[in-house]
Write a protein that binds this ligand. Structure first.
Ligand code: ATP
Length: 312
C-alpha cells in the first residue's frame, strides 16, 4: 500500500434498520423471487460500518448477536465493498470493514442489507469515487432487495423485489417498540412457507393500499395502525407459533398496532407517543411476554457518514 493511502482516515457510516409498514407479496416469479408492494420505514435502531485502509481485505463484527454474523467473504458489508472495488479498480484499494451491530440479526429488519449499504457509502467516500446515493443504487440492487432502501431511508414505497424505492411524503414521527425474538428466521424459509400455505389460493399482484400513505401524510397514528399489514405474518406465525402470543400481548398492553417485521421474527408495535412506547416496553418485559425490547423512532435518514477517523 502506498503511504498516501495508509494516511487516509477511516470512514464511519451510520445506517438504520427498516420496518415494513405494509408488505404485500405476489406469486413467485419465474426468477424465483416474489413481486412485492411494500412501504419501508427506517427507524433509529442502527449499525455503524467503518472502513479503514488495510494491507488486505477483512471484516470483524461486534455488538448485538455479533457471533451470528460471518467474518469472511459472505459478510454482506465486505461483499459490498469488494463488489464496488471490482468496478473501480483504478481508485479502490483493500479495506478492513468493522461492523458494530445494534440491529437484530436475521430479525426481518434488514440488518445485513443495512451493513452492505453502509459499506457502499463508506467506500465511495474513502476511495473518492464520487458516486453518491444515485450512483450507488445499481450496486445496491445487485447486493440484495433491501439495500437500496437502506441508502435512502425515511419512508418509501418499494416495488419489484423491493429494490425500486420511491420516497413517500410523511408528517410527524412515529414511536415504536421493537421486540427481538430468540433466534432468527431465514427469509427464504418464510417465503417457502407462504407459498406452501397459499397452495390452491389465487394470489393477486401486490398493490399498496392508498389509505396507509394517506395516514402517513396526515401524521395519523391511529390511521396508520389500522393499515399496518404483512402478508408474511401468517408464514412467520406458522413457523414460530409463539410469536402470535407476543403480538397479542403487545396489543393487549396498549399498543395501537403491531405486526411481524418483514420476514420476522422481530415484532414491532406502534405506540401513541414516546411516553406510551416506554410504558409498553416496560409492560412487555414485566408481564414476561418479552425479554429483548427496544424503543425506536422513525422515520430517520438512510446511510450517513458520521465521522472520518484519523489513521492510528
Ligand atoms: P431481511 O429482513 O433483509 O430479510 P434479516 O434482517 O432477516 O434480513 P439479516 O440480519 O440481514 O436478516 O441476516 C440474514 C443473514 O445474513 C444471517 O444469516 C447473517 O448471518 C447473514 N449476514 C451476512 N452479513 C451480515 C451482516 N453484515 N449483518 C447481519 N447479517 C449478515
Amino acid at each position: 500500500m502506498t503511504s498516501h493511502v495508509e494516511n487516509l482516515p477511516g470512514v464511519t457510516v451510520r445506517v438504520p434498520a427498516k420496518i415494513n409498514l405494509e408488505l404485500r407479496v405476489g406469486p413467485p416469479r419465474p426468477d424465483g423471487y416474489h413481486g412485492l408492494a411494500t412501504v419501508f420505514h427506517a427507524v433509529d435502531l442502527v449499525d455503524h460500518v467503518t472502513v479503514t485502509p488495510a494491507e488486505r481485505w477483512g471484516v470483524d463484527v461486534e455488538g448485538t448477536d455479533a457471533h451470528l454474523v460471518p467474518e469472511d467473504d459472505s459478510n454482506l458489508a465486505l461483499a459490498a465493498a469488494k463488489m464496488l472495488a471490482g468496478a473501480h479498480t483504478e481508485k479502490a484499494f483493500p479495506v478492513h470493514v468493522h461492523v458494530c451491530k445494534q440491529i437484530p440479526v436475521a430479525g426481518g429488519m434488514a440488518g445485513g442489507s443495512a451493513d452492505a449499504a453502509g459499506a457502499l457509502v463508506a467506500c465511495d467516500a474513502l476511495w473518492g469515487l464520487g458516486l453518491g446515493v444515485e450512483g450507488l443504487h445499481e450496486y445496491a440492487a445487485r447486493l440484495g432487495s433491501d439495500v437500496n432502501f437502506a441508502l435512502v431511508g425515511g419512508t418509501a414505497v418499494g416495488s419489484g423485489r423491493g429494490e425500486n424505492v420511491v420516497p413517500a411524503l410523511t408528517a410527524g414521527r412515529y414511536e415504536w417498540v421493537v421486540v427481538q425474538a430468540e433466534g432468527g428466521l431465514s427469509t427464504p424459509s418464510v417465503f417457502r412457507e407462504i407459498d406452501r400455505l397459499r397452495e390452491g389460493r389465487e394470489v393477486p399482484e401486490p398493490r399498496p393500499a392508498p389509505e396507509l400513505l394517506a395516514a402517513l401524510r396526515q401524521g395519523d397514528v391511529e390511521g396508520l395502525a389500522a393499515c399496518l399489514y404483512n402478508d408474511l405474518e401468517e408464514a412467520a406465525f406458522s413457523l414460530r407459533p409463539e410469536l402470535e402470543s407476543v403480538r397479542d400481548a403487545g396489543l393487549m398492553l396498549g399498543a395501537v398496532g403491531g405486526l411481524v417485521s418483514g420476514s420476522g421474527p422481530t415484532i414491532v408495535f406502534l405506540a401513541r407517543d414516546r411516553h406510551s412506547a416506554c410504558d409498553l416496553a416496560a409492560a412487555l418485559v414485566n408481564s414476561g411476554a418479552a425479554t429483548r425490547v427496544h424503543t425506536a423512532v422513525g422515520p430517520v435518514p438512510g446511510a450517513q457518514i458520521v465521522e472520518s477517523t484519523p489513521p492510528a
